[in-house]
Design a protein around this ligand. Structure first.
Ligand SMILES: NC(=O)c1ccc[n+]([C@@H]2O[C@H](COP(=O)([O-])OP(=O)(O)OC[C@H]3O[C@@H](n4cnc5c(N)ncnc54)[C@H](O)[C@@H]3O)[C@@H](O)[C@H]2O)c1
Length: 263
């Protein structure tokens, strides 16, 4: 119950990594607000957690994170309802199919930067005045693609690299006032986003190719990522700020080539 009496917002919190994070917060006593675009899925996630015996209350607020005013309203409404905000998890994100023979269009670049980059910034900007009151925490979901080059993901990688640097810059700005701001950089995680990417890359062959680039040779469960997010949000991580932490099965450690150098 590390988060009883605490209030968290999780954007994109009704599916994949976001749902795993929402679940862990609710099971550890926090009041959680799921912010997302899909009302049906958001309400179902909130009801499902209540039925599963979550100790913290879970609400859904329909929000498009690329809409600055909607994000301001989300945060203001959360503070009106619960009286405080302790944790802002900027997790919502999108990926587009970028192929060497069909690079992302300008509309794709706009979408990726509007949601992944500006959406994260809008969440930080809206939350910070309240996090100053609670000495709270921001966790931004970037990607391993923010740390290393990822052929075929030019626009997505750029949008996530910007998330890492906005995280570091904000962390420097607010460290002395006790607000901690970190990014996580996941490698392959078993979510709808990953399954769709494998599918458009040829199904099983796409999966095989993708996992060949991951030293651990597997995709992680979203719950593994949630564990890191909750740790970063907890007092145990009190001296960690401005970090971009890979959770990627070793993918960012170096080039994964061939097996013959294994002892
Ligand atoms: N799955 C992976 O392997 C992986 C790896 C690295 C980073 N990530 C990042 O993790 C985050 C979560 O992705 P996921 O893998 O759980 O996939 P997902 O598709 O299940 O989750 C993305 C969520 O963001 C929401 N969303 C998208 N656009 C939005 C908008 N404009 N406003 C509000 N919500 C919006 C979606 O509805 C969805 O709930 C994303 O930022 C993604 O880029 C995922």
């Amino acid at each position: 119950m590390r988060f009883s009496e605490r209030v968290a917002i999780v954007t994109g919190g009704a599916s994949g990594i976001g749902l795993a994070v929402t679940t862990r917060f609710a099971m550890e006593g926090a009041a959680v607000v799921i912010a997302g675009r899909d009302q049906e899925r958001g309400l179902a996630a909130a009801a499902g957690l209540a039925a599963a015996g979550a100790t913290g209350s879970v609400r859904f607020v329909r929000t498009d994170v690329s809409d600055a005013q909607a994000v301001e309203d989300l945060v203001a409404g959360t503070v009106d309802t619960f009286g405080r905000l302790d944790v802002m998890v900027n997790n919502a994100g999108v990926e587009v199919d970028e192929r060497p023979d069909g690079p992302a269009t300008e509309a794709d670049w706009d979408l990726l930067f509007d949601v992944n980059t500006k959406g994260t910034w809008f969440g930080c900007r809206a939350a910070l005045p309240h996090l100053l009151d609670t000495r709270g925490v921001i966790v931004n979901n970037a990607s391993v693609a923010a740390l290393i080059g990822s052929p075929g993901h030019v626009a997505y990688s750029a949008s996530k690299a910007a998330v890492v640097n906005l995280t570091k810059t904000l962390a420097l700005t607010y460290a002395e006032q006790g607000v901690r701001i970190n990014a996580i950089c996941p490698g392959p995680i078993l979510t709808e986003m990953t399954k769709a990417a494998w599918e458009s890359d040829g199904g099983d062959e796409g999966r095989r190719r993708n996992l060949a680039l991951c030293p651990a040779r597997r995709a992680a469960d979203p719950a593994e990522v949630a564990g890191l997010v909750l740790y970063l949000a907890s007092p145990e991580a009190a001296f960690i700020t401005g970090a971009a932490i890979p959770i990627d099965g070793g993918k960012s450690a170096g080039l994964m080539t061939i097996d013959r150098y294994r002892w």
